[in-house]
Design a binder for this molecule. Structure first.
Ligand SMILES: [Mg+2]
Length: 255
C-alpha cells in the first residue's frame, strides 16, 4: 500500500483535552485519509471498547489501525467492541511472557494499587503508584528486578507519575506500530508520532520523528532534552491544537 504519511497518535491528552480543537483536527485527518494521503494509527493505553466509544462520545477520529493496552494489542478494521486482537501479534508476545512472573516483580512493595481487571490482561500487569511515597525510587527498583530477575523478558513502562505497566519486552506502542507497517507492507514517505506521556516514549524512540504536545508530562519533555533534534517537534499549543501545529510544521497541513 502506498501512502504518503503515517500518523501514529496517542489518544488521551494528546488528541483529547480540547473538544473543539479535536473536532477541527479530526475533520482534517478524515479528509487526508479519504484522499489516501494518510494512514492513521491510534496508539493508546485504553482498551478497544474505550476507543470505539470515543469515536461517538469524544470525537476521536476514525483510524486505520488501533494499538491498545500500551502496545500489547493490535486491531485492524472493521472495528467492533467484541473483536479479538490480532492473533499473530498476541501469539508472538505470549511466547516469552508470563503474567505470574511479571506479578512477582511487584512482590512486597508497599502502596502499589492494582488497576481494574480490564487493564490487567495475559500480556499486561498494570498498577498505580499514586499512593507510594517515593514512586520514582520504586520504579527504579521494579526496573532493576525486571532486568535481573525477569531475565529481560518484560519491560516496565512508567507514565504520568501514576501508571506503571509491565509488558513483554517485544511489546510497546513503538514496536506494535512497526509490526503493523511490516504486516501491511506500508510503503511510506514518513511516519510521524504524537504523544504526551511516558508510554509514548517507545514511539519516539522507534521513529525519531514526532510531535510532543505542549501539555506533555515531564517524562516526555525529557525525551526532547535528550534528543534535541528538529524532527522531534515541541508544539506550543496543547492537545489536538498541538498535533495540528506539528502537522503544519512537517508541512502536512497548510498553515
Ligand atoms: Mg496520553
Amino acid at each position: 500500500m502506498d501512502v504518503k504519511t503515517v500518523l501514529a497518535s496517542d489518544i488521551d491528552n494528546t488528541l483529547t483535552g480540547d473538544r473543539k480543537e479535536l473536532k477541527t483536527l479530526s475533520r482534517e485527518l478524515g479528509r487526508m485519509r479519504e484522499s489516501d494521503e494518510l494512514f492513521l494509527i491510534l496508539s493508546t493505553g485504553r482498551r478497544l471498547e474505550q476507543v470505539i466509544d470515543g469515536f461517538e462520545s469524544e470525537g476521536i477520529p476514525q483510524p486505520d489501525a488501533i494499538v491498545s493496552q500500551v502496545g500489547t494489542e493490535i486491531y485492524l478494521p472493521p472495528f467492533h467492541r467484541d473483536q479479538d486482537p490480532l492473533h499473530v501479534w498476541r501469539d508472538m508476545l505470549m511466547e516469552d511472557f508470563s503474567r505470574s512472573e511479571a506479578l512477582k516483580l511487584l512482590e512486597g512493595l508497599e502502596g502499589v494499587r492494582m488497576q481494574p481487571d480490564h487493564f490487567n490482561t495475559d500480556l499486561k500487569v498494570s498498577c498505580y503508584l499514586d499512593e507510594v511515597q517515593n514512586p520514582e525510587a520504586m520504579v527504579r527498583e521494579i526496573k532493576r528486578r525486571a532486568e535481573y530477575e525477569g531475565d529481560g523478558l518484560c519491560q516496565v513502562v512508567w507514565s504520568s507519575g501514576r501508571d506503571l505497566d509491565i509488558i513483554p519486552a517485544a511489546a510497546g506502542k513503538g514496536q506494535a506500530i512497526r509490526f503493523i507497517l511490516n504486516l501491511l507492507k506500508l510503503d511510506v514517505e514518513q511516519i510521524i508520532v504524537a504523544g504526551d506521556s511516558g508510554n509514548d516514549r517507545s514511539m519516539f524512540e522507534e521513529f525519531m520523528r514526532g510531535i510532543i504536545v505542549a501539555n506533555a508530562k515531564p517524562e516526555l519533555q525529557q525525551f526532547k532534552k535528550e534528543h534535541p533534534l528538529p524532527d522531534i517537534y515541541m508544539a506550543s499549543a496543547p492537545y489536538a491544537a498541538g498535533v495540528r501545529e506539528g502537522l503544519e510544521y512537517f508541512e502536512l497541513l497548510g498553515g
